[in-house]
Write a protein of this length. Structure first.
Lengths: 272, 288, 421
């Protein structure tokens, strides 16, 4: 029993990590050694790929920064709007709430990539193109359904006596939210925030159509853009270095917050 | 007063989900392309007629559906195994859980590029393994019959952790007493899985299925970066076709038609899957 | 109240003086011109750009945006920036097939204010094609490009002239066991296949799309002969089965390794096969594509040129940039360093260039017989239809008649759908 479990765990780790490890390996290999299997040790290992990616114009960390900026603003904006909405969803009549939740679930399920054309027109008409902060607007809207669902189920799980007691104490709506309710749903807020951040960090089709200036590209688009292969050589070493650098921040994020991610989905996703 | 707090969220959702859908419906009955100078002119359903006669649209529909069904089924199976594994208690579970989550957290495009290299002919590791086993070159990314399987691998690798998380959530809602009671009555673990775990997990499986089916049906990032829809359009998805119509062919009227067409197909497929599941459950009840 | 007015006045004064100062500073600053080019062009023009900026210090500052490496990805980038409204670019380097689409969309500024008849006459004949849409000139060529037939001088005395000869010569050399393959070309389902087909189609006397009309000639006898011939190349073993997945690069790799007697490719391949590490250096000749007896041999025109965007705020400066980058001086540099085919007629007789390269006269000759792909804003769609059906023929999925009929029908549908509007 224990033996087979170990086997399964090994298989799972291999499946999850092998493609990434291959990228890491490739990123430290010189291009020649990738193309000709028999190369001596000396010319095999290199940091050249990283140097190339980090000194390109614009340098790679720029994209990481752009993505981080969009991710942070979208997450903040989403929470700002979703928390009050989720709270009020608990307070409205039951049938209204149910209708709203079904609607939100539908929106959360919707393959949002189909929206890109209309959103592109929107960006043109409102002059939002090539603006990193403006990207948070569609990102906030697209994360809204899931965020409201997750947070409202967290609000509902709070015992109603708590808020009642606060009301008796004479706290107004904002004070109750600020001092009693929001601190209590902090775990759910944290996991929602991570989900929204991951979504904004990884989003591709809208960033692809809203941003055309090279300095403002977010990470997924920048990666996709270097994917166009050259006529003369196959710069896979540099690609691999880019993928490794692009994966590192998320690796950290997942390691630090894995408990929140798991509990967030386990607590709220479905009850909502 | 309190309903007012819903307003900003509702407005945002209406703006970003509602307006585009209305706009698409309107565009789909207009010619708006490079030929009209990017101006909309009513064309009395010509777009829809073209959609029904468009071999490429139907081929892409079949390809997208094939991709979605195969990858979602694989994901559900794998995710169930992973969730069962992660639900047990053992040392180092936290670390393994974090590592399992990693593929899901990475941007799709990052690993799409990685897969392109992994499946590269002749330098990628898969081809080198093939050489090791004295197989002929596989040409994974240039053989129209098998390239789609490579995209399925990429999708399964990336999204299985997400489904596993949902199922893990479901597993954790099943109280332990149920199993204890089941074992007291003389059940074995195998029977417990089929009699207790699976039935109680059903809503979660259904949710995972719907969620993933909808997402897989709209697959775009992975395909665009990994294969660009090729070779010979054998991996082109509906979303990519709609994208090409708008961004490459500059035919917005038709692109909108393709998008509504795919959306209707998706709704149809979701309803159909739901009905099938509902029916089988119903039938099972009859035979019991 | 009074105090507030005072503050308002002060603020107003500060803002105005700031505005005046900035506009003064801006007027002193050089005009910035941003040009989008595919990565390879951007890399190879860096020296010219540096020289231009040195010559125009304080007046014009030229910045080249290095686009993606893949042609289609460059177009996607340009189009998305244009669709967004305010494009960051003043000028684009565009492919010959994009021109009608971009012009019809109303994105390009006509170049007539800067281009006169004399300038047009100075271009080599083939380079004059593909620069205008509806009799307006929208593009100025940087480099000429056309399909060529490369042949091995050590394997045959004369290159084949007709499709039949090509088959026979290849088979003979293959039977003698001197090379594994006869002829390699671009058979992957992508734009290159359309270019290959156009040359063969013309060689059999057919027409893809009659200019100025909606008459499609894809199921004509000539077209069926052309498709059958391509299929036969594969089925007879003259071309390796793998050509159905070959683009330019793979084709060149195989030919360069010495494993094929003939290759269809663009002029850039010449520089590659003449490199010192090339095993076939000095054993390669270049000519134009084969044609059936009684028909003209043609070369598909594929060239890159500059267009000015309508939204550019400094079209005059952009025109100056383009004039420099396409000047005789620049073209000479680009030819000597990167073997970019010049577009100016005089350069084909330039002793310095002729001394460096033996291929120039052949390029000049090929430029005389270039043929354009259909010039319609719908080109991307109809080319896609053709590639699809050709690919299904080459892979043996459908027979020639059915597939070409379908190509014909689908093309007509696309043209019809556009015409109805």
């Amino acid at each position: 029993m224990i033996r087979t479990r170990k086997l399964w765990i090994t298989a799972l780790l291999l499946w999850s990590l092998a493609p990434l490890l291959w990228q890491v390996y490739t990123s430290f290999c010189s291009n020649e050694s990738l193309l000709h299997t028999l190369t001596d040790h000396q010319s095999r290992w290199t940091l050249e790929n990283y140097r190339q990616v980090l000194t390109a114009n614009p340098p790679f960390w720029r994209y990481l920064l752009n993505s981080a900026l969009v991710g942070i603003t979208s997450t903040g904006l989403t929470l700002l709007i979703a928390i009050p909405a989720a709270y009020s969803l608990v307070k409205v009549p039951r049938n209204v709430a149910r209708g709203a939740k079904l609607f939100l679930l539908g929106a959360a399920l919707f393959p949002y990539v189909l929206l890109f054309l209309a959103l592109l027109e929107l960006a043109r008409n409102l002059n939002l193109g090539n603006n990193l902060l403006a990207l948070s607007f569609p990102y906030t809207a697209l994360s809204m359904p899931l965020a409201v669902l997750l947070l409202s189920s967290a609000f509902r799980d709070l015992p109603s006596e708590l808020e009642e007691a606060a009301r008796v104490e004479g706290l107004g709506l904002w004070q109750r939210l600020r001092w009693v309710l929001i601190p209590l749903i902090a775990p759910a807020t944290a996991s929602t925030a991570i989900l929204v951040f991951l979504f904004s960090w990884n989003e591709y089709p809208i960033a692809l159509t809203w941003i055309s200036s090279a300095d403002l590209l977010t990470l997924p688009v920048a990666i996709a853009r270097i994917a166009g292969s050259s006529v003369y050589s196959i710069p896979y070493g540099a690609y691999a270095a880019a993928t490794v650098l692009g994966a590192l921040p998320l690796l950290l994020l997942v390691i630090i917050f894995q408990r929140q991610i798991v509990s967030g989905l386990t607590q709220g996703a479905i009850k909502g | 007063m309190i309903q007012l707090l819903l307003l900003p969220a509702a407005l945002l959702i209406a703006l970003v989900f509602g307006i585009p859908l209305i706009r698409y419906c309107w565009l789909s009955v207009h010619a708006n392309s490079v030929v009209t100078g990017l101006v909309a002119i009513p064309n009395h359903g010509a777009n829809w007629l073209r959609l029904f006669n468009d071999e490429r649209f139907w081929q892409d529909s079949a390809q997208t559906a094939r991709f979605a069904f195969v990858s979602v089924s694989l994901e559900l199976l794998l995710a169930l195994a992973i969730a069962l594994l992660l639900d047990q208690r053992w040392r180092g579970r936290g670390v393994v859980r974090a590592i399992t989550l990693l593929p899901w957290a990475l941007p799709t495009t990052v690993m799409a590029l990685g897969w392109r290299w992994i499946f590269n002919t002749p330098y990628g590791p898969i081809e080198q393994l093939a050489v090791l086993f004295r197989l002929p070159p596989l040409n994974i990314l240039s053989n129209p019959d098998i390239t789609w399987l490579a995209t399925v691998v990429g999708d399964v690798w990336k999204t299985t952790p997400f489904v596993a998380l949902i199922l893990l959530a479901g597993l954790q809602t099943i109280p332990n007493d149920l199993y204890e009671a089941f074992y007291l009555e003389g059940g074995n673990p195998r029977a417990a899985f089929f009699k207790v775990t699976l039935p109680l997990l059903q809503p979660y499986l259904l949710l995972g299925l719907l969620f993933r089916l909808a997402q897989a049906f709209g697959v775009f990032d992975l395909i665009q970066v990994m294969t660009g829809g090729g070779p010979a359009s054998s991996t082109e998805s509906l979303a990519l076709y709609a994208y090409l119509n708008a961004m490459r062919f500059l035919d917005f009227g038709y692109s909108a038609t393709v998008m509504i067409g795919s959306f209707l197909l998706l709704v149809f497929i979701c309803l159909f899957s739901w009905l099938v599941i509902y029916q089988t459950r119903h039938l099972r009840g009859v035979f019991k | 109240m009074n105090r507030r007015t005072g503050w308002g006045l002060a603020l107003f004064l500060v803002l105005t003086s700031l505005a005046v100062l900035t506009s003064w500073a801006l007027s002193l600053r050089p005009i910035r011109i941003n040009v989008l080019m595919p990565a390879s062009f951007a890399d190879q023009t860096t020296e010219l750009v540096r020289k231009f900026n040195a010559d125009h210090t304080g007046k014009i500052n030229l910045r080249v945006t290095r686009g993606p490496l893949e042609t289609e990805a460059v177009s996607d980038l340009a189009i998305s920036s244009l669709l967004l409204g305010k494009s960051p670019f003043d000028a684009l380097l565009i492919d010959v097939t994009w021109l009608p689409k971009y012009a019809a969309a109303g994105w390009l500024a006509p170049l007539d204010p800067w281009i006169d008849q004399q300038a047009i006459d100075s271009l080599a004949p083939g380079a004059q094609l593909g620069n205008s849409y509806k009799d307006q000139i929208y593009r100025w060529p940087l480099v000429a490009d056309m399909g060529l037939l490369y042949w091995r001088t050590d394997l045959m005395k004369e290159p084949p002239k007709t499709p039949q000869e090509l088959l026979e010569i290849s088979q003979r050399i293959q039977q003698e066991g001197r090379v594994p393959y006869g002829y390699v070309w671009q058979g992957r389902q992508y734009e290159g296949l359309s270019c290959v087909f156009l040359e063969v189609l013309d060689g059999f006397g057919g027409k893809w799309l009659t200019p100025g009309t909606d008459i499609v000639g894809l199921n004509s006898p000539a077209s069926q002969k052309a498709a059958s011939w391509l299929r036969k190349l594969i089925s007879s073993g003259v071309s390796p089965k793998a050509v159905i997945n070959y683009a330019e690069n793979e084709t060149l790799q195989l030919f360069k390794s010495g494993d094929a007697a003939l290759m269809r490719n663009w002029p850039y391949a010449w520089g590659e096969v003449q490199k010192t590490n090339s095993p076939i250096k000095g054993k390669v000749g270049v000519t134009t594509m084969v044609a059936a007896p009684g028909h003209k041999s043609t070369a598909t025109l594929g060239s890159w040129g500059f267009s000015i965007l309508k939204g550019s705020s400094n079209p005059d400066a952009a025109a100056e940039v383009i004039a420099f980058l396409t000047s005789t001086y620049a073209q000479k540099q680009l030819f000597l360093k990167n073997s970019y085919t010049p577009t100016k007629a005089e350069l084909f007789n330039d002793p310095e260039l002729l001394a460096k390269s033996t291929i120039l006269p052949i390029l000049a000759e090929a430029l005389q017989s270039t043929e354009q792909r259909p010039q319609t804003p719908l080109y991307a769609q109809i080319s896609d239809v053709l590639q699809r059906q050709l690919s299904s023929i080459l892979t043996g999925k459908s027979n020639v008649n059915t597939a070409m009929d379908r190509a014909q029908r689908n093309t007509e549908q696309i043209l019809l759908a556009a015409g109805e509007t």
